[in-house]
Design a protein. Structure first.
Length: 106
């Protein structure tokens, strides 16, 4: 298993789960790998940088998040990569102010 970068390794839900710690109370999977300044989990895969929680949702649901849509956390834990805590939402700026606390990311 390579120590960093997963360019030659198929990224799967199982691998994402292996690289995170389950939080028994919330059910969150806390990402152990690299996270950006805002705390969002990032991984280099296929020669590109990806948001891990977004990949987790796509792998789990076996479909792509449409362009312009965001992978948002139900649990409000930015480093959580449990696909069951992720939902696809529209960019916060298109919604009224009560949606502003949703993370703006990609
Ligand atoms: Zn969570």
């Amino acid at each position: 298993m390579p120590g960093r970068g997963y360019t030659n390794t198929e990224l799967t839900i199982g691998l994402i789960e292996e690289l995170s710690i389950p939080e028994p109370n919330s059910g969150c999977w806390l990402w152990l790998g690299y996270a950006n300044k805002k705390g969002y989990p990032r991984v280099g895969y296929g020669g590109k940088k990806h948001m891990v929680h977004r990949l987790a949702w796509e792998l789990f649901n076996r479909k792509k998040i449409p362009d312009g849509m965001f992978a948002c956390h139900r649990c409000d834990v930015p480093c959580c990569v449990n696909p069951q805590h992720i939902f696809v939402g529209t960019p916060p700026r298109t919604k009224p102010s009560h949606r502003l606390r949703l993370q703006k990311h990609g």
